[in-house]
Design a protein. Structure first.
Length: 129
């Protein structure tokens, strides 16, 4: 009988140890569930933050594209205006240059005519003398 009581004591000790282990396992599982729950919350928060940043980035990208297009349009119109102004100035300058060339050729022709007349006058004057 003593053998049965010893076995019962051992069984009671084993049951008590298993109960303690079961309680410890429940606590460990509860802690892990809390960690998993917190990790899921953190992950969801991160996804929300990432989505917010992505939409903000897309919004700013659209704004920058619009600004860039506006600047490009302004630059194109300014370049075209400068081209027109350059063409006008070039044509004005070419007209002035052609007029100056005309006056230079007229002066050269007048100088040649004057020198011919002067040489003719000297010839006539040398014959008269």
């Amino acid at each position: 009988m003593a053998d049965i009581e010893r076995r019962q004591d051992r069984l009671e000790d084993a049951i008590e140890r298993l109960t303690n282990v079961s309680i410890d396992l429940k606590q460990i599982v509860a802690v892990h569930e809390q960690r998993i729950t917190q990790t899921e919350k953190d992950t969801n928060n991160l996804f929300k933050i990432l989505e917010t940043r992505r939409t903000e980035f897309e919004q700013k990208l659209k704004e920058y594209k619009e600004i860039n297009q506006n600047i490009e349009k302004e630059l194109n119109t300014e370049i075209n205006d400068l081209k027109k102004e350059f063409k006008e100035l070039t044509s004005k300058n070419s007209n002035k240059i052609s007029q100056l060339e005309k006056y230079i050729w007229m002066a050269i022709g007048g100088g040649i005519a004057a020198s011919w007349i002067i040489s003719y006058i000297f010839k006539i004057g040398s014959k008269l003398m």
